[in-house]
Design a protein around this ligand. Structure first.
Ligand code: AHR
Length: 510
């Protein structure tokens, strides 16, 4: 007890004195960081699918079977491990049979949630699953519970995954696909406490049990709709209704969006902000750490074996729409602030890799905190793209438990830790990712690895100003650069993490 207090005291004092220390526990590495933590989300919303991913074979924009070549190449480079589709709120209005067969016969529908635009269904099940194959990613399908039926869901599973003869598999073959696809991840409903039917938890979880018992297949990972942010009541009710039936779900979803303000009608600009909004955004994004802890504690109560993992299948920033863009299209810019949000969240997810098996940033192209933005034939990689590219070294690596002593970054009467970090090991290479939230001050950090180091290298995402972003027709401002790192002495090395940056350090041990 006394030793514990002493250690806590030393840590606290070091933080106060501005001594930042990162300690890695190399010998305690037992947990794999599932690559799916680096997942993405694509919804029929704004220009995410149409224009962003799919332009059709007749487009002047260079494409492979209708998929934008530039976007395909950029996503391949990122090693996108999993992609969620078709929503979001759209999923609970989506009838998959509208999106199969000859395109000219597919019905046009109204996209009621997102701008009331016409959805011509030219991008459907085949187009999505073929896209996943093209970029080498696992599909994650969201089943319509809000306005669908159990039969419709069952038919979709059979159409997509069965190799037996049946009316559904005959239909698939008639539509040009002989072999089934491999689909492991199935979400059963989306935000059913809100846009997915405005249900109460008791009603939804019984509905989930009903759907789940008909959605079966080898190695299926089924995801039950979980809470938004800190809603512990929803988690408690869902987990208690599942009790004893834990085999029906392998994942519980969590959605948390980072807004600079707490006001959905005035969230704040994605480009025009000062230190106050910078701080509030990073403060709010860090709240996810507490939410994760709280939900995991409830889950553990009802599922002590930990069979049900937490799946953060929507996360990222949400600002006011860009001036001049359509209502309901959720178009925003992506600045260095978003790079910090990405780095901080990914460090948090890595550090909970024993309990979090997937996370999907919202959304992949042109919507919310996207990694890619397109305009006609042009494409840019956003600061968030570069952070995902930097952090991809953690995919399927072994988590190295770490301890961080950090000074605070204070703004007015609130403060957050200036430094966040996570570390992993793969193929004898140790990767450490670090963020510095302080926009004014470089952080000096002592890193204790506990073993002799042979070589060290670093790469960074940073820029001059916190509001910098990558714009069409202009040289990139925010990108990945190599940085010089002080040579290690014995088992330690000293790092400088520049203000407002995200850093990757890689080490080889002797
Ligand atoms: O990502 C945009 C929307 O946010 C999704 O459709 C919904 O699930 C969430 O509210």
């Amino acid at each position: 007890m006394r030793t514990g207090l002493l250690i806590v005291g030393v840590f606290y004092l070091s933080g106060l004195l501005g001594q930042n220390v990162l300690t890695l526990h190399l010998d305690s590495s037992q947990v794999k960081i599932e690559k799916e933590i680096y997942g993405h989300f694509s919804e029929h919303l704004g220009t995410c699918i149409y224009e962003g991913i799919y332009v059709g074979e007749d487009s002047d924009i260079p494409n492979i079977n209708g998929y934008r070549t530039d976007v395909v190449e950029a996503l391949k480079e990122l090693n996108v491990p999993v992609l969620r589709w078709p929503g979001g709120c759209f999923a609970d209005t989506y009838h998959w049979k509208d999106g199969i067969g000859p395109k000219e016969d597919r019905p046009s529908i109204v996209n009621v949630f997102w701008g009331g635009v016409t959805e011509d269904n030219s991008f459907g099940t085949h187009e999505f699953l073929d896209f996943c194959e093209l970029i080498g990613t696992e599909p994650y399908l969201s089943i319509n519970v809000g306005s669908g039926t159990v039969q419709e869901a069952r038919d979709w599973v059979e159409y997509v995954t069965s190799s037996n003869k049946s009316p559904m598999t005959d239909l698939r073959k008639k539509n040009g696909r002989e072999e089934p696809w491999k689909v492991k991840f199935w979400g059963i409903g989306n935000e059913n406490w809100g846009c997915g039917g405005d249900m109460n938890p008791d009603y939804y979880s019984n509905l989930f049990r009903h759907y789940s018992s008909y959605i079966k297949g080898d190695g299926f990972q089924k995801v039950i709709c979980g809470p938004a942010g800190g809603d512990q009541h929803w988690t408690e009710e869902i987990m208690s209704t599942l009790q004893g039936k834990n085999n029906l779900a392998q994942g519980l979803s969590l959605h948390y969006y980072t807004l600079p303000t707490a006001d959905w009608s005035a969230k704040g600009s994605s480009t025009d902000f000062g230190e106050e909004m910078w701080f509030k955004t990073l403060y709010n994004t860090m709240l996810i750490k507490d939410y994760i802890k709280e939900h995991l504690a409830i889950m553990e109560k009802y599922d002590p074996e930990g069979n049900i993992k937490l799946i953060v299948d929507e996360w990222g920033t949400w600002y006011d729409k860009l001036p001049g863009t359509k209502d309901g299209f959720l178009q925003q810019q992506n600045t260095l602030r978003d790079a910090l949000v990405a780095g901080i969240n990914l460090n948090i997810f890595n550090n909970h890799a024993d309990k979090i098996s997937m996370a999907n940033i919202a959304q992949i192209v042109n919507v919310l905190q996207s990694v890619i933005m397109t305009r006609d034939a042009q494409m840019v990689k956003t600061p968030t793209y570069h952070v995902f590219n930097l952090y991809k070294v953690h995919q399927d690596a072994m988590l190295i438990p770490s301890e961080v002593i950090t000074e605070s970054y204070r703004y007015e009467d609130k403060s957050i830790p200036a430094l966040t970090a996570s570390a992993s090991e793969k193929e004898e290479l140790i990767s450490i990712t670090l963020t510095n939230s302080n926009p004014h001050k470089n952080l000096q950090v002592k890193c204790d690895i506990g073993r002799s180091i042979e070589s060290i290298s670093g790469r960074i995402v940073n820029s001059m100003d916190i509001t910098d972003y990558n714009d069409f027709n202009k040289a990139e401002k925010v990108f990945i650069e190599a940085v010089e790192i002080n040579q290690p002495k014995n088992n330690t090395f000293d790092l400088t993490i520049p203000a407002h940056s995200v850093l990757l350090i890689q080490l080889k041990l002797e």
